[in-house]
Write a protein that binds this ligand. Structure first.
Ligand code: PMP
Length: 392
């Protein structure tokens, strides 16, 4: 039954159905777009394209309404319990979103002797902005200590048991990731909230969450969320920051509002993508993609020359495969990852093969990442396993 549903869903992705000879396994880098999103882009540009927040004629009014409606849509999609108090700021993507939070909010929160807690083995986009704030403040004579979030070597999660040892009375901020872009693990952010208590603001990098797995800001109890449109079935160069805006957890977030022209096409596509995701069913999508990643890691762990990557250490037979979302990253004992990527493409598989922008790594730490979305099938996974078995 789930398979019938998926067949119909897959049909809605023109680039997938038009290329039966290749398989796209790089959805963690960017996702393909359903017909509904493509149609929305064309409709918007051919019926209402104008600048937003200015002008008093119908196209401009419709574009302004689109932007405001999409703000509300983002709040709904994230399960925002108090949408009248929160804010949504449109960005060019997660990287820009995190940097905006750092510059327009965190820099104004910190004073001499404060501490912030950040992940040193997640995506670089979720490390550099926080280090930049520290360096900026240092130039003004304000010393901020950056402490690394502890990881659990066995699972790739944050180590919630070790968290109390890095949290202190001067801890003012924590940056975390929703789903890890290398390991695919859900980082169990609710446990970080339990450890830091109710008053320390938490910022979530949801680049691999939004559009992939259900996300509730209420359940996770985070204060900021940054995500990218292009990883959620919408366009590159679009994205948003959601901010709880509760003064109890720091100053209000005040990014530049209507001073510039927003990416209106990107916003139109984002609204359509969130509508499509909700109509298709985020839970069903996640069930499908988790089944695919479980099938893949299960198959891979029986092939001797491959190791599936966990946290900084490699995870062999006891890898907790069932909790991976959408992403499996692995190495071959003998074949360098870029060669493996090349071999796989010669068989029609598009995968990512390098160090995956992970903080604390360089080119020598190459690996191959297979990431799926709702348009992928179990047949594609089995074919890939067949090719990998041939290299064993
Ligand atoms: N964070 C994570 C976890 C990611 O996977 C990515 C994209 N690979 C980013 C941040 C950056 O996203 P973008 O390039 O869309 O800004």
């Amino acid at each position: 039954e789930l398979a019938d549903w998926q067949r119909a869903v897959r049909e809605q992705f023109p680039i997938i159905t038009a290329h039966p000879d290749v398989t796209y396994f790089d959805s963690a880098a960017t996702t393909q777009k359903p017909r509904a999103v493509l149609d929305t882009i064309e409709t918007y540009l051919t019926t209402a394209n104008a600048n937003a927040g200015r002008g008093g004629y119908p196209w401009a009014n419709r574009t302004t309404a689109l932007v405001e409606r999409t703000r509300r849509r983002v709040k709904d999609f994230l399960g925002d319990p108090a949408p009248d108090r929160s804010g949504v700021h449109f960005t060019g993507g997660t990287t820009e979103g995190l940097r905006t939070i750092a510059r327009d909010w965190l820099a104004g929160l910190l004073s001499d002797g404060d501490e912030i807690l950040v992940p040193f083995a997640d995506h670089r986009a979720n490390l550099d902005p926080w280090l930049e704030v520290r360096d900026l403040l240092a130039r003004h004579g304000v010393t901020v200590r950056v402490r690394p979030l502890p990881y659990q070597e066995s699972s790739g999660d944050y180590d919630h048991r070790a968290l109390p040892s890095v949290i202190g009375p001067r801890t003012r901020f924590v940056a975390v990731t929703h789903v890890h872009h290398v390991y695919g693990g859900d980082m169990n952010v609710h446990r970080v909230r339990e450890a830091v208590g109710p008053h320390v603001p938490i910022c979530l990098d949801a680049a691999q969450g939004v559009g992939h797995v259900p996300l509730s800001v209420d359940r996770l109890d985070v204060d900021f969320v940054a995500f990218s449109g292009h990883k959620a079935l919408a366009l590159p160069g679009s994205g948003a920051v959601w901010a709880r805006n509760s003064p109890a957890r720091g100053p209000e977030f005040r990014p530049g509002g209507w001073q510039g022209t927003p990416n209106t096409v990107g916003i139109a596509a984002l609204e359509a993508a969130l509508d499509w995701l909700d109509a298709t069913g985020p839970d069903r999508i996640a069930r499908w993609t988790q089944a695919l990643t479980a099938r893949f890691s299960e198959g891979l762990r029986h092939l001797a020359p491959y190791e599936v990557l966990g946290c900084r250490a490699s995870l062999a037979a006891d890898a907790p495969v069932q909790r991976r979302h959408d992403i499996v990253t692995f190495r071959h004992r003998d074949i360098p990852s870029d060669d493996l990527g090349f071999i796989l493409y010669s068989h029609g598989f598009m995968v990512r093969a390098d160090n995956l922008c992970q903080a604390g790594t360089d080119k020598r730490d190459g690996s191959v990442r297979v990431s799926v979305h709702v348009y992928n099938t179990a047949g594609e996974i089995d074919e890939l396993l067949g090719v990998l078995a041939g290299l064993a």
